[in-house]
Design a binder for this molecule. Sequence first.
Ligand SMILES: Cc1cc2nc3c(=O)[nH]c(=O)nc-3n(C[C@H](O)[C@H](O)[C@H](O)COP(=O)(O)OP(=O)(O)OC[C@H]3O[C@@H](n4cnc5c(N)ncnc54)[C@H](O)[C@@H]3O)c2cc1C
Length: 392
Amino acid sequence: MEKSYDVVIVGGAVIGSSIAWHLKGVLGFTGSVAVIEADPSYAKASSALSAASIRQQFSTPENIRMSQYGLEFIRAAAEDERIGADTGFTEHGYLLLTGETGREIMEANHEIQLSCGADIALLPPEELGERFPWLNTEGIALGALGLSGEGWLDAYALMQGLRRGAKICGADYIAGRVAALDMAENRVQGAVLESGERIGCGILVNAAGAAAARIARMAGIDLPVEPRKRCVFVFDCRTPLNGPAPVPLTVEPGGVYFRPEGQYYICGVSPDEQDDRAAEDFDVDYSLWEEVIWPNLAARVPAFEAIKMVNAWAGHYAYNVIDQNAIIGPHEKIGNFLFANGFSGHGLQQAPAVGRGIAEWILYGGWRSLDLSVFSFSRIAQGRKIIERNVI
Ligand SMILES: Cc1cc2nc3c(=O)[nH]c(=O)nc-3n(C[C@H](O)[C@H](O)[C@H](O)COP(=O)(O)OP(=O)(O)OC[C@H]3O[C@@H](n4cnc5c(N)ncnc54)[C@H](O)[C@@H]3O)c2cc1C
């Protein structure tokens, strides 16, 4: 007997599982839900390879609101025993640093963040020096510090918790790779797996991360999302960064970020635009460490002159080449094909909000508690970019 579901979600990492959880566990959707996942080990999934941090410091209200829902969700995740995800949320904030040239933009972003209720302080160099005595404030005009509601977590625990909760509430997880979509008259009728098995669907949700464009192409849709490699380096610093405030996730003016991770630190940087191309491989680019990251870290934090890299990995951003923001909701012609794609570097923190938004859209045929219409696929064709100034 051929299997058929009301909702089929392609990709069962943090986004796909959040959609399944919100459908079955939060909204009580009575229809059938299947999540098709090609690699249940999640070894190459961005959700397992991310820097796992959440912030309010965006420049677009929609991104701030999505993170705020994410924050609420993460804080409560351990209390729902069906999810039971103790994500070890460490609320030590983000610290974004800028020189004089970035002052106006930082101040404008701050106004937007305050209007959305984000708890962010703008600090002059003297105050930065007092709170963070390990920081070299030379050339710094301003720092934006998240006083609450920002930090980092165990992304894997969140993803597995959502998956567990969705399964307990009745979602089926199917191990298999979607190789084709069965289309008829502008509708997706089913997903065909590599094994040849066909799974019928009422609605299909694309939650395939960096492989999202491949799934869209199977429906004849051109989705401007491609895999872009991002490397994370782990290092050891023997000298503790002492001070009255805990060490936040710090982004120095050159774009290099670092944050504590257990007894170590993790760090990374986006490659220069001209070197940033679609990439399928997971090879670590060590030249970034040598030529960009270490010199910038050592210049900004003198204790980091003597550090030792102890580990590194590479993952893929599902990079929206148009505006580096999410594409969420239905296709305008193939109405039962829904996107949950293109999150670039901020999909982990947006996963709860996307899960809620897509689940509500499936149930009610429109946006409800979260209006995600600004992220529609149609904005791409209409040339309406969402300009987010804080892309990390
Ligand atoms: C280095 C790095 C650092 C990051 N740091 C942060 C951060 O600090 N904060 C933040 O919010 N975000 C961060 N991100 C982004 C975040 O990790 C992603 O946006 C988020 O994990 C996307 O989740 P996803 O479920 O869409 O994709 P993935 O986690 O990539 O999952 C997609 C899933 O789809 C499956 N799949 C693909 N093709 C098929 C197919 N044909 N059939 C069936 N299944 C398929 C894959 O196996 C995979 O499991 C970072 C990403 C990277 C790479």
